[in-house]
Design a protein around this ligand. Sequence first.
Ligand code: ADP
Ligand code: MG
Length: 289
Amino acid sequence: ATPTSIIVGTGRAAELGILFRKGDALQQLQQAKVVALDKTGTLTLGRPELEHVTTINGFERADLLRLAAAVEAHSEHPIATAITRAGPAELPPVTQFASLTGLGVQAVADSHDILIGSPRLMLQNGIDLTDLKPEADQFASEGATPLYVAIDGQAAALLAVSDPIKPGTVQALDRLHAMGLTLAMVTGDNARTAQALADTLGIDHVTAEVLPDGKLAAITALRDQFGALAFVGDGINDAPALAAADIGVAIGTGTDVAIETADVVLMSGDLRGVANAVEISRRTMRNIR
Ligand code: ADP
Ligand code: MG
């Protein structure tokens, strides 16, 4: 039977926009030792802006943005939206589009082979990044995400996108720390970019450049190291980690798959909801004992 205090705790949480989908989660959350969080859309707004373009090998900025925007118009990734917004209204047709999860995108536009994405994607395709790498590292150490564009097998541009920290994130993490929790970031983004943000936010542990199934492995390792784990995420690629965590917390403004997989949903997406949820869980369980 469900004790009255669980009903009271669940009700109080609901008033704060925190949906406990299972009574179990309210009981388990107070045992959490570590809170692991996805980066894009969870710690940050998930609405990156294209802030910089460097072209090389004779490619022109306007041509490059036209091709890149055309390809990214077929992707739903927040990075893709930022690049498409920066392009012209009239885009060339695109064929053979492929989304390479956690790596980037590939397609043919204007009879050119276009590749856009991470250093790993470029490495896999034998693209020489020597001339662009120093600048990419500089952007990453400032917390922006560097992306490369290759055209017909040749490096063509470096793009930098940056995604602002969500209001409430700083305060939420400070409160979780004050409650004695270890904080971890698990992201598919660049390691330097992730570390820069973690330093800004005081996050204790960073796992970066992980593919979606890598997120699952990362949270399993964190749980072995630190103990009971809550994972907070918003994306399709967060679903396996949300399912495997002791407590999965979804951002209510995130994808349906994440929400359906989670034990707890933060309706507004404000991370202060995580701190509130832990407090309510601790108070509720104290009443039971
Ligand atoms: P996150 O965990 O931050 O949500 P993802 O796994 O979605 O990250 O993406 C990881 C990396 O893959 C991005 O930082 C980027 O380098 C690359 N990437 C993913 N999708 C795209 C895209 N549509 N265009 C360019 N690069 C992309
Ligand atoms: Mg995300």
